[in-house]
Design a protein around this ligand. Structure first.
Ligand code: C2E
Ligand code: MG
Ligand code: MG
Ligand code: MG
Length: 280
């Protein structure tokens, strides 16, 4: 049936579109169930201090396991969750899980910071998502160093509400990071205009270190500019020794990537932290 109508391009296309929208709908239904049952899990990817080569903080990353060994990647379910507004509940659940683990670590004497992702949707909905999120974040900030990561998308939206909230968070010792820096379309002017403490250099630039001079120049320039503006830099997606060395030579303070450590569940992360403190 599909193939026969496939001869007629337009009909084929609409059928494909319909199937895709049905797939997305059923995925959304499953996702709602998973969120209601708190099945999403926070993974942790260590962020290293590249000078001392010790773990300084970690990024909490959402993981959704749908069956034994089968995971749906965030690149599939986060956009879906954003469209429906469900993402705010996900962000809160992941934050709470990650923060409660890191608070335990902190109580055990390990000071590991937490970097979390938020969706611009947090500032757009009229329900209590923002209030709930803020009260949880402000509560945990007494025990852990917190950085909030968001993409340039949020800042280009020119959201007065978002900027007010972020400015207020900064006065309470919470750091603001621009995620995937360099991939958006916004100008550099927001770096001085908006409340920003940290720039995360996107993986797409880091992966071209050692391959393309132009990418290397760009990375160098971002690091130099960040220094001038008194911002910290985190390089994401470090996959090789060569990339690591290049970043260290340029004075990039922090980095994360498969070469250093992959995202892992809390048990593996706890083991890693234990080994690290044995070595030091
Ligand atoms: P992101 O915030 O830029 O997170 C970094 C992504 O790069 C993660 O993908 C991480 O697993 C991946 N990564 C880290 N090092 C390497 C490397 O060396 N090589 C490669 N190839 N990849 C590396 P992940 O976990 O699939 O997440 C994708 C995106 O989904 C995140 O990008 C973030 O934008 C979003 N996301 C994940 N969890 C959450 C969440 O709890 N809330 C929200 N709002 N967004 C989330
Ligand atoms: Mg991130
Ligand atoms: Mg990122
Ligand atoms: Mg990225």
């Amino acid at each position: 049936e599909v193939k026969r109508s496939g001869r007629n391009g337009w009909q084929f296309y609409t059928l494909e579109m319909q199937q895709r929208s049905e797939y997305r709908h059923s995925l959304l239904m499953k996702l709602i169930k998973a969120v209601n049952e708190e099945h999403l899990e926070s993974y942790f990817q260590p962020i290293y201090d590249l000078e001392r080569m010790v773990i300084d903080k970690c990024e909490a990353l959402a993981r959704w396991q749908v069956s034994d060994g089968e995971y749906i990647p965030p690149s599939d379910f986060i956009p879906l969750a954003e469209e429906s507004g469900l993402v705010n509940r996900i962000d809160l659940q992941i934050f709470n899980q990650a923060a409660s683990f890191l608070k335990q670590q902190s109580d055990a004497g390990k000071d590991i910071g937490l970097s979390i992702n938020i969706s611009p949707r947090l500032f757009q909905t009229k329900d209590h998502a923002l209030e709930q999120w803020l009260s949880s974040v402000l509560d945990y900030r007494k025990s852990i160093r917190i950085t909030v990561e968001m993409t340039e998308r949020l800042l280009t939206d020119d959201s007065i509400r978002a900027i007010k909230v972020l400015e207020d968070l900064r006065t309470k010792n919470i750091r603001i990071a621009i995620d995937d820096f360099g991939t958006g379309y916004s100008s550099l002017s927001y770096l001085v205009k908006f409340p920003v403490d940290v720039i995360k250099i996107d993986r797409s630039f880091v992966e071209r270190i050692g391959q393309e001079k132009s990418a290397e120049t760009l990375v160098k320039t971002i690091i130099a500019m960040a220094k001038k503006l008194d911002l910290k830099v985190i390089a994401e997606g470090i996959e090789t020794e060569q990339q690591l060395q290049f970043l260290q030579q340029q004075g990039c303070q922090y980095g994360q990537g498969y070469y250093l450590a992959k995202p892992m569940n809390k048990h593996d992360f706890e083991k890693l932290l234990m080994n690290e403190s044995l070595l030091s």
